[in-house]
Design a protein around this ligand. Sequence first.
Ligand code: ZN
Length: 643
Amino acid sequence: MSTPEPLVLPETDAAEAWVKERTSQTLTHVRELAERLRTAPPSQALEVLKAWDQLSLELGSLGGLAGLLANVHPFEAVRTACEDTEIEVDRLRTELTQDQALYRVFADLPDDQTAALDPLAARLLEKTLQDFTRAGVDRDDATRARLTEINERLTELNLEFSRVTRDDVRITTATPEQLDGMPADWLEAHPVNDKGLVEITTDYPDALPARMFVKDPAIRRAVTVAGLERGWPHNDAVLKEMFALRHELADLVGYEDWPAFDAAVKMIGEGPAIPEFIDRIAAAAEGRMKRDLEVLLDRYDRDVPGASAVSAADALYYEELVRQEKYDVDSQVVRTYFDFAKVHQGLLDVTGRLFGLRYEPVSDVVTWHEDVSVFDVYPSGDGERLGRIYLDLHPREGKYKHAAQFDLATGVKGRQLPEGVLVCNFSRGLMEHDHVVTLFHEFGHLIHHVLGGQGEWARFSGVATEWDFVEAPSQMLEEWAWDAEVLQTFATNEAGEPIPADLVARMRAADDFGKGYHARQQMFYAAISYWFHKEQPEDLTKRLQELQAAYSPYPYLDGTHFFANFGHLGGYSSAYYTYMWSLVIAKDLFSAFDRDDLFAPEIAGRYRDLVLARGGEKDAADLVADFLGRPYSFDAYAAWLVS
Ligand SMILES: [Zn+2]
C-alpha cells in the first residue's frame, strides 16, 4: 500500500477561490456519497461502514482545513470564506445525522452481519448509531426541523463569540517611566508612538510580561482589566443565547440538560459528576492554596499595607516576586536560556527521540504565511512517511490569539496522510519558560494527531478519544519541559552555557509554589463553564462573582466581565473541568515513566503504541489501563498536589 501524498495548499492570492471551489466540490461529493448510501446501500455491513467512513473523512477534512485557515490566513476574505465553509460543513453534518433513511441503513443491518463484524467495526457501528440518536434522528419532523435551526444558530454564535474575542484587541498606553521593570528586549521591540507613549496590547506577548514585570500597579491593573474586558458587552447576549439553545437541544433529544448531554460521551459519563469532581479537587487543593496564599499575602502586605487579599491584577507580579525572593528564580535570567530557535530545534530533538521519530524539513511547499515551517514525520528507523506538520508560531494581525493544534487532514492508512498545525503566539527572541511548556503541550496534540492517524477508520483517527481525555497526553509531555537533563540538551544562553540543574530545581519549586491556588482558579473556570450551562443565569456577571467567591483564590475585580472572553465557553461548553480531569490522568500516566531516564525506550514505545497510536479505537479508560496495567486512579495527582 503506497502512502498518500500530502495536501497542496494554494498561494495566498489564490486561496479565496481555492477554498470556495474545494468547498463546493467536497460538499457535492459528500452529498453524492450519502445519496448512494441512502438509496442503494452495499449489501454487506462492513461495506456500509466503509462508505460512511469515507463520507466522514471528506467532510471532516474540509471542516479541519476551513477551521485552520479561518484562524490563520492573512486575508480577511479567506478567513470569512472559511467561516462560511465551517457553517456549511456543520449544516450538512447535522442534516446527515438527522436523515432517517440513512439512519435506517445502519439500524436495519441484519444481526448475523453485525455480529460478524470485527471489534473495531462493531465499535464504529455503535458510535455511528449513537451519533444519529444524539442528533435526534428518531424524533418527529417538527423537532428535527427545530434541531436543525438550533444547530445552525449555534454554529453562527460560536463563530461570532470567537471572532469578537479574537478581534477585540485593547490597548493600554504607558510612558516609558511607567514601564520600569519590563525586560530590555521587550522595551526595545516596543518603541514609543508619536505621543511619546508605549502601547501594550491585550495579546499574550504584551500582556503577560506586563502583568508579571511592570512595577507600577496602575499599569498592571489597566492591562489586566483590559484583558478581562475583551468581548464585553457584545458577547453577553451571544453567550446567553448560546446557553439557552444548548439547553433546548439537549432537552429535545432526551437529556435533562446540556451538561448531561455533553457528559454522556465523555470519560466522566454524567452531568452531576462534574460539580462533584470540581468540589473534590477544590477540597483537595484547599490546604495547599491557603498555605501559598499566605506567603503571597505576606509579601503583598509590604507594598499594600493592611490588604486582606491579593488582587487578581497583582497576582502574577507578586508570584514573580516571591519566585525571585523565596526561590531565587528570576524569570528574566531564566528566559536568557530559552532562545526561540534553540527551543524549536530542541522540541523536535526531544520528541523525536522520545517517540522514535525523525522530522525532515520541507521547504518547497506553499503555506499561508512566510512564518510557517513545515516538516515531514518519519519513523526514526526505516519506514514510510507518517505525516506532515506545520508550525505557525509567532503573532500577527488577524491571527488566532491563543495556542492550539489544528487538524489540516485526518489520517487514514492508505487513504489520507495525517497533517496537523501548531498555531501559537511566541516571541521571536527569548521566551518565557511558561511558553516553552505551552509549546511542548501543544506539540503533544500534534503528535497524537499524526501517530493516531495511521488506523483504518477516520472516525477513530488522531485525537479522537473522549474530549476529557484529549489533554492528558499533552499535559504529560509538559513534564519533559520541566526536566533538567532534557532542558540542558537545548536550553543554552548566549555564551552557550546550558541551564543549570539547580536553577531548574528552583524553577520547579517555584512552580509548585502556586499549584494549590492554581487548581482553585481552574475550578473557578470549570464552575463557570458548568453552572452557566446548567442554570443559564439571568445575570452572568452576578453569577460569576458568586463562583469567584466560592472557588477563586482572588477577589472579583470590580467592573470586569471575564466570561465575555472566556473562549472555552464556545468549544468546551460545560466541560472546562476537562483540563483538570486530564491532568489527573496525565499524572497517573507519567507515574509509569522512569524519572531517572525519561527517554527509556521500552516505556515510551509502549505509551506511543498503546495510547497515542490507538486514537479513538478504544475508550480512553481502556487505553490508559492497557498502558498502566491497571485502571486509572486519582492517587498520583493527589500525591503531587500535597507534595
Ligand atoms: Zn491542550
